[in-house]
Ligand binder design. Structure first.
Ligand SMILES: NC(=O)c1ccc[n+]([C@@H]2O[C@H](COP(=O)([O-])OP(=O)(O)OC[C@H]3O[C@@H](n4cnc5c(N)ncnc54)[C@H](OP(=O)(O)O)[C@@H]3O)[C@@H](O)[C@H]2O)c1
Length: 357
């Protein structure tokens, strides 16, 4: 099933980027400036560099339009971000043909009951104003009580979980693929054990795992294992603790205030060699590791900076960035969701310790 990402050698699975194909610009756009793509285990191509759309809902329509016109072709959104309408409008406004865009959204935890999944996909497609998405991710492995309320809590404020499991949800997602409304399915925020359960109990290998990866949380063994399984990784929070959200939620209060990843002097030093900024070095590190990156920004100059982050880093510089791995995880809502997330993964010591489900 896997076409490109999981070629294994004695030293582990190789990172295979697709050959670069030159694209003719259409009349009102620049050619795609994010050149690197990978091949998913479905055979579809996914760009290495994209944009995230969490937060700033009022700016997302313009931002999505602008990044598409500037050559970006990977858009990451989610039902729970509440911006699918804005993303859909931005795509339409950009004039870029839908089939040139890789659009992914995520199912939220209150829609995990198997009888709700296809209806939830229909809701997303309606808001995104598209007949299909290229990727549907299960946002977290935890299930919440089905119904309108995205965060259903009891009188004491404790999260009410659903009665089905993520395996039931996955099987329902597999069925939606057959309708053509979803081209590929994947997961997000899963532990290794949870993915192993899917591999054991269902028939579709996730095309993607979207998870937190940045120089402070490199998850080397887990990334290697995912590549061996043919599961492509999209890094969320690729810049680490840049997003103020982590400082505000308290999910990672012990560590969110540590030096920002992009302020590390080593990244500045490496950047000077290539005429690139620390942000660009961090994004290029992800791309050169065989992963996609989806930095979020709605600011013009930052968009331009991120768009120019698809460049080759020398092996010696990749090795130096590897030394920044302090296993600092910033996205850990285990306590809030009352589900021990990432239980067999690195970086949960510094985060709020959640109760075990
Ligand atoms: N699957 C999941 O559970 C999950 C979790 C978190 C995130 N995500 C996805 O990943 C995307 C990105 O994650 P994130 O927002 O947590 O982390 P991020 O992209 O690493 O960081 C975003 C922050 O970096 C700033 N920034 C972006 N480009 C910059 C540049 N060139 N120079 C300086 N600052 C820059 C942004 O500033 P401004 O805000 O000022 O533009 C924002 O504050 C989200 O939008 C979402 O799509 C998924």
């Amino acid at each position: 099933m896997t076409t490109a990402p999981a070629s294994t050698s004695a030293t582990g699975p190789q990172i295979l980027k697709d050959p670069v194909v030159s694209v003719q610009p259409t009349s009102h756009t620049r050619p795609p400036s994010t050149r690197t793509t990978y091949t998913l285990n479905t055979g579809a191509k996914i760009p290495a560099l994209g944009i995230g759309t969490f937060q700033d809902p009022d700016s997302q329509e313009d931002t999505v339009c602008r990044v598409l016109q500037h050559g970006m072709r990977l858009i990451d959104t989610a039902r729970v971000y509440g911006v699918e309408q804005q993303v859909g409008k931005g795509i339409k406004k950009s004039g870029i043909p839908r089939e040139e865009i890789f659009l992914g959204t995520k199912l939220w935890c209150n829609d995990y009951h198997p009888d709700d999944v296809e209806r939830a996909v229909d809701d997303s497609l309606r808001d995104l104003d598209t007949p299909y998405v290229d990727l549907l991710l299960m946002h977290y492995p935890c299930t919440f009580k089905r119904g309108e309320d995205r965060f259903p809590r009891d009188a004491e404020g404790r999260m009410i979980h659903g009665e089905t499991t993520f395996v039931d949800t996955w099987r329902a997602m597999e069925k939606v693929v057959k309708t053509g409304k979803v081209k590929a399915i994947g997961v997000s925020n899963f532990s290794k054990g949870e993915i192993e359960t899917l591999l054991r109990e269902t028939s579709t290998v996730p095309a993607v795992h979207q998870m937190e990866v940045h120089p402070y949380l490199q998850q080397k063994d887990f990334n290697k294992w995912l590549r061996e399984k043919g599961i492509h990784v999209i890094q969320f929070s690729p810049l680490g603790n840049m997003n103020d959200f982590y400082r505000q939620t308290g999910w990672s209060k012990d560590i969110a205030h540590m030096m920002r990843v992009i302020d590390q002097p080593l990244l500045k030093e490496i950047g000077q060699k290539y005429g690139k900024s620390p942000v660009q070095v961090v994004l290029a590190w992800g791309i050169n590791s065989g992963r996609s990156v989806i930095p979020k920004t709605v600011i013009d100059w930052q968009i331009e900076e991120n768009l120019a982050a698809d460049f080759e880093l020398d092996a010696e510089d990749m090795a130096r960035i590897a030394t920044l791995d302090v296993k600092a995880r910033f996205n850990d809502p285990s306590f809030d969701y009352e589900w021990r997330l990432y239980s067999d993964l690195e970086g949960i010591d510094g985060t709020v310790k959640g109760r075990t489900h």
